[in-house]
Design a protein around this ligand. Structure first.
Ligand SMILES: Nc1ncnc2c1ncn2[C@@H]1O[C@H](COP(=O)(O)OP(=O)(O)OP(=O)(O)O)[C@@H](O)[C@H]1O
Length: 258
């Protein structure tokens, strides 16, 4: 099947006061529909820059990038994806349902359509009872679930997530990983997910993209042999441990964490 996200020799150089920064160099990647792809690598290897380029928030210096067969900018206008940032970024003066419906209001959806969509995505992230609460009445993990719901409200086939659980403690993160995996299985969306965590990447992904800095590039792409059904205990299995080892070796080969 055709790739939903395809990068061909994508490079991006930032011109800074200290000289050029090669954030991405010759990145080639094809992501098929329904894949869960994690990007892992040390700070500064270009993970965020790649995801932001897919979302048309950055413009590559050279190379070709397509999203649903379109240029990233056209894909953005066609609302081809939802984007989840590292911080939930909810407006404190709006309720949870008010936050989720805000982009829909801006896009001109009717009141009934907004209500229907908000109810559906709140159910997907298991926050149905919290629609009328304000962000400060929710825990950090619940706030991040609300921001995922907001990204899902467009009903796009692609979800781009930039380290969405990085600021959360491990137990909350485990629970959100489970919930995200369940959501992915239920919706069949294509997910691009940036993380610093090897266990998180291995637990969630069908494909793990290992990156290395200076210049930012892909050093290894690992297809996961793990089944789509993944209870948390799968992390104790030999298959999981072997895969985590392979990712760690990939990072080491790219001098990632040395
Ligand atoms: N707007 C910008 N202007 C100049 N340099 C930038 C800009 N954005 C990113 N960079 C640089 O590009 C490189 C890649 O950054 P990027 O944020 O993509 O890395 P990352 O792998 O996501 O890192 P982290 O894990 O710390 O978020 C870094 O050296 C960073 O300093």
């Amino acid at each position: 099947m055709d790739a939903v996200i395809e990068a061909q020799r994508v490079s991006l150089t930032f011109q800074t006061a200290d000289g050029p920064v090669h954030a991405l160099k010759d990145v080639d990647l094809a992501i098929a529909p329904g894949e869960f792809v994690s990007f892992i690598g040390p700070s500064g290897c270009g993970k965020t820059t790649f995801l932001r380029s897919v979302a048309a928030l950055e413009t590559p210096t050279s190379g070709r990038l397509s999203v649903n067969g379109m240029e990233p900018d056209a894909a953005r206008r066609a609302r081809a994806y939802g984007f989840v940032f590292q911080a939930p970024g909810l407006y404190p003066w709006r309720t949870i349902s008010g936050n989720i419906s805000l982009p829909l209001e801006i896009m001109g959806f009717s009141r009934s359509e907004r209500a229907e969509r908000v109810a559906r995505v709140l159910d997907l992230v298991e926050l149905t009872g919290f629609a009328g609460k304000f962000p400060w009445q929710l825990s950090g993990g619940m706030q991040q679930r609300a921001s995922i719901a907001r990204a899902l409200a467009f009903d796009a086939d692609i979800l781009l997530m930039d380290e969405p659980f990085g600021a959360l403690d491990e137990i909350v993160r485990d629970r959100l990983n489970e919930a995200l995996l369940a959501l992915w299985r239920k919706t069949g969306k294509t997910i691009g997910f940036v993380t610093h965590s090897i266990p998180e990447a291995v637990y969630l992904s069908t494909k793990i993209v290992v990156m290395s800095p200076r210049p930012g590039r892909i050093t290894k792409v690992i297809d996961s042999p793990l089944p789509p059904e993944r209870p948390l205990e799968i992390r104790d299995t030999p298959e999981f441990i072997a895969l985590a080892h392979e990712v760690r070796e990939g990072l080491r080969e790219g001098h990632g964490y040395d």
